[in-house]
Write a protein that binds this ligand. Structure first.
Ligand SMILES: NC(=O)c1ccc[n+]([C@@H]2O[C@H](COP(=O)([O-])OP(=O)(O)OC[C@H]3O[C@@H](n4cnc5c(N)ncnc54)[C@H](O)[C@@H]3O)[C@@H](O)[C@H]2O)c1
Length: 347
């Protein structure tokens, strides 16, 4: 039987969620949207028309809709500042929650939501879709296999210039809070290491069309003497990187390079003689499961499968909160100009 879901927040990203649900056979037959909720009834109605959802309830009142429909899931695609109240309301009604990233607007709210979900005995997971793509899955497998040796450094460059309009252009710390979490989360995932501390410098460069924090440079200390650096900008005009970032990963046996698109190769040391030791270039291939490479659809599949089997979803809030800790520690460092320790007790 299909699980029922109420989708809250019917803006740009909600279209991505509905496309993922209706265009993915592994989801289409498992989830039924019963209501669309938005601050604007008109926006919710437009979304229902776009996806020909003629039998769904349209409303601006989430609490009332949840009373009426008693869904299995609430799909939360609202703007970050509205997330806490929406998720709190869903958990109060005993619904499983799947939220867009970032999971909360600050760490206090994030911890409260984790506790509320545990008290309600329901699942609370986050759409961290950029770890569910082929490149990241292959890299994770490759590093886990040990071919690259001990990982000592991960370097990421992210340079794009998107003109979104909307909430992002008014947001504080926009790059760190709304985007960098994808790369931070992916670095945690591929390395399997714990973030311990960070120093971050943040600017809003000349010519920026964002109100605050469109660029950031962060140096994270990971466990096992591993360094993760992030250089990013959302107002970089020209010579753009991919949305996944450009990656250089250094191991004791070589270096892995990923351009964030199709170029993914390892340069492995094959000679221990001479001034600069020579290396061979090999493709990084892996036995990647297709269901884990579909972005949003994969996160949803992972959550539904986990719940059906009584397991924990990969992006459950209990895990995702550690990626969020990286974001807020970087923000605190940028604000104070100090190196900031990342809470080891909660890991
Ligand atoms: N995972 C990704 O790759 C990705 C990409 C883009 C956006 N996002 C995330 O998706 C979320 C939404 O972003 P968007 O681009 O769709 O924003 P948007 O502004 O286009 O849409 C948000 C919608 O939420 C509605 N809303 C706001 N407060 C609400 C409330 N209290 N109750 C009901 N509806 C409410 C707004 O009216 C609006 O229609 C954000 O958290 C953003 O970071 C994620």
């Amino acid at each position: 039987m299909k699980k029922t879901a109420v989708l809250v927040g019917c803006g740009a990203m909600a279209q991505g969620w509905l496309k993922a649900i209706f265009e993915t056979p592994q989801l289409r037959n498992r989830l039924k949207i019963v209501a669309l909720v938005d601050l604007s009834e008109e926006v919710a109605t437009q979304l229902s028309e776009q996806f020909e959802l003629s039998d769904v309830l349209i409303s601006t009142d989430l609490d009332q809709v949840l009373k009426q429909t008693k869904p299995d899931f609430v799909l939360d695609v609202v703007v970050p500042v509205a997330r806490f109240e929406v998720v709190r309301c869903a958990l109060k009604h005993g619904c499983h929650v799947i939220s867009e990233k970032p999971m909360a607007n600050n760490m206090t709210q994030a911890h409260q939501l984790v506790e509320l979900a545990a008290d309600a005995c329901v699942s609370h997971s986050i759409i961290q879709n950029r770890r569910f793509i082929t490149g990241i899955r292959k890299i994770q497998q490759y590093l886990t296999s040990g071919v690259l040796g001990e990982i000592s450094a991960i370097h990421c460059d992210f340079f794009l210039g998107p003109h979104f309009g909307g909430f992002r252009e008014e947001m504080e710390h926009v790059l760190l809070h709304d985007m960098a979490i994808h790369t931070f989360d992916a670095a945690r995932f591929i390395s399997g290491k714990q973030p311990l501390a960070v120093y971050c410098q943040e600017t809003n460069p000349a010519g920026s069309w964002f109100k605050h924090g469109a660029s950031a440079n962060a140096i994270f200390e990971f466990s096992d003497n591993c360094t993760f650096t992030y250089r990013g900008s959302w107002c970089a005009q020209g010579a753009n990187t991919s949305w996944e970032s450009n990656w250089r990963i250094m191991g004791s046996k070589g270096t892995l390079i990923w351009d964030g698109f199709d170029q993914l190769e390892a340069h492995l040391i094959n000679d221990d003689q001479g001034f600069i030791h020579s290396s061979i270039t090999v493709n990084v291939s892996g036995d990647v499961v297709e269901d884990e490479t579909l972005g949003h659809a994969s996160v949803l599949i992972n959550i539904l499968n986990a719940l059906a089997q009584g397991d924990s979803p990969e992006t459950q809030s209990l895990d995702n909160i550690h990626s969020l800790e990286m974001v807020f520690a970087a923000i605190k460092s940028a604000e104070t100009g100090q190196r900031v320790l990342i809470n080891e007790e909660s890991q």
